[in-house]
Design a protein around this ligand. Structure first.
Ligand code: SAH
Length: 227
């Protein structure tokens, strides 16, 4: 991110453009006021390459380098809405959220004020460093970063009230289920490329409850790490 880039944005990157995106998402099933507020506030254009910034408020995925993509805004909004316990925006933030697949950090920025502490894991070191720099510059101070394989979760900080995964394994990693707090929710795409379901698992008193929220298309959740 160059220093000249304006966080408020102008023209195609302005608050008006973000407002139009929020209205489009609201017309497409995003009702949670906490989520719509985040879409209005987070300057998505600063999370993509400068050459793509006029496209940042289209509802489409965009490349972020290293063969990875920033998810489409509707997907970010829908997954965030699925992660939060139902509410009207007046409830206190959750205690702890875990994100797997930091990527460019946009989803992390959306989550930041929704919990007291946000933990995020990314397997590609260069993406993680860029995201951390950008999120620090934008003043998001409650985020902890780990360069590692998110399949193992973050046992030292468990349990989490919510876990959101932005890359798809072929099966739900059992360690992530173990790290859910009571009533905690895991939102995760599951399946091979081209056949992924977005699944929400809620930890209830009598065990785990799964729901399929729809068909999605994510990059695969890979093992190990890259620089
Ligand atoms: N939420 C991100 C989405 C990035 S795409 C954004 O808005 O930009 C998914 C990301 O998951 C990629 O950056 C990829 O490197 C990362 N990823 C894939 N497998 C992973 C794993 N096992 N642990 C942590 N991150 C992983």
């Amino acid at each position: 991110m160059s220093e000249q880039r304006d966080p408020r944005g102008i023209g195609m990157t302005s608050a008006r453009t973000r407002e139009r995106l929020a209205q489009r998402l609201a017309a497409n099933g995003i009702q949670d006021p906490r989520v719509l507020e985040r879409i209005r506030s987070v300057p998505r254009h600063l999370f993509v390459d400068e050459a793509l910034e006029t496209r940042a408020y289209e509802d489409s995925p965009l490349p972020i380098g290293q063969g990875q993509t920033i998810s489409q805004p509707w997907i970010v909004a829908m997954m965030t809405q699925a992660l939060l316990p139902p509410g009207n925006g007046a409830e206190p933030p959750l205690e702890k959220l875990l994100e797997i697949g930091t990527g460019c950090g946009y989803q992390t920025a959306v989550l930041s004020p929704l919990a007291r502490r946000v933990f995020t894991i990314e397997r590609i070191g260069s993406l993680q460093r860029q995201a951390r720099t950008r999120l620090n510059e934008l003043g998001f101070g409650n985020i902890r970063y780990r360069h590692g394989d998110g399949m193992a979760g973050w046992p030292g900080q468990a349990p989490f009230n919510g876990i959101i995964v932005t890359a798809a394994p072929t099966e739900i990693p059992p360690l992530l289920l173990e790290q859910l707090a009571p009533a905690g929710r895991l939102v995760i795409p599951v399946g091979p490329p081209g056949q992924q379901d977005l699944v929400r698992v809620t930890r209830g008193e009598e065990g785990f409850h799964s729901e399929v929220l729809g068909r999605v298309s994510f990059v695969p959740l890979l093992g190990g790490t890259d620089r």
